[in-house]
Ligand binder design. Sequence first.
Ligand code: KIV
Length: 254
Amino acid sequence: MNAKIQRILSLRGKRPISQITAYDYPTARLVDEAGLDMILIGDSLGMVVMGYPDTTSVTLEDMLHHGRMVARAVKNALVILDMPIHTFDTPRQALETARRMVETGVDAVKLEGGAAKEEHIRAIVQAGIPVQAHIGLLPQKVREEGGYRIKGKTDEEAAALMRDMQAVARAGAFSVVIEGTRKEVAAAITAASPIPTIGIGSGHGTCDGEVCVFHDLVGGYPWFVPAFITPKANIAAEITRAAGEWAAELTLPR
Ligand code: KIV
């Protein structure tokens, strides 16, 4: 097994596993130098970098472009490239997409979906490409579901999420993101999971690790800040201040 994957697996239960998004060379290099365990080029770039209202307009070419930037920057962390909507509709298409993705230099791919994507994940894993699965709230379904809704609110939903985890683990995923899920349900899935779980918006301390969107963490996208994160910096204010200060100090020729 790939040494970077082995390292992530070995962290389970010893300390929380950290994962953060990055979409460009300097950010990826900085968060890698900060010692984060995994770096995800998430399709969230559609919103926080490209200015779309959700992730459903992101293309494979967009992801490959950003994947190359991040892969070039990172020395230590495990780098994961997210598969955008409609690039893994069938197992065959999923494998083709994953193959193109690892050509950028990333270590692994991620895809949204649980039991419905079991065969897709298996096809990629059998080709030797590590997969991170993603269950719970699936942002790529935002239009279909008419918004972002917390998952695991009923016993049926909680049981379906448990089955999703079992399916992606059976298919060979090395870890699973649990997004926007009731914290009790995320904790129960983690307790039952044979692979590390990585939470986001599913309560703190409920999963083996957590993932966050870089811009949410550093205050880089002030127009929307999810309720579950406390930003640790305010780079938006710094950018506005620095740009304004520089422009105000310009002088005309004498
Ligand atoms: O696209 C993304 O950034 C993600 C994370 C929020 C898990 O899928």
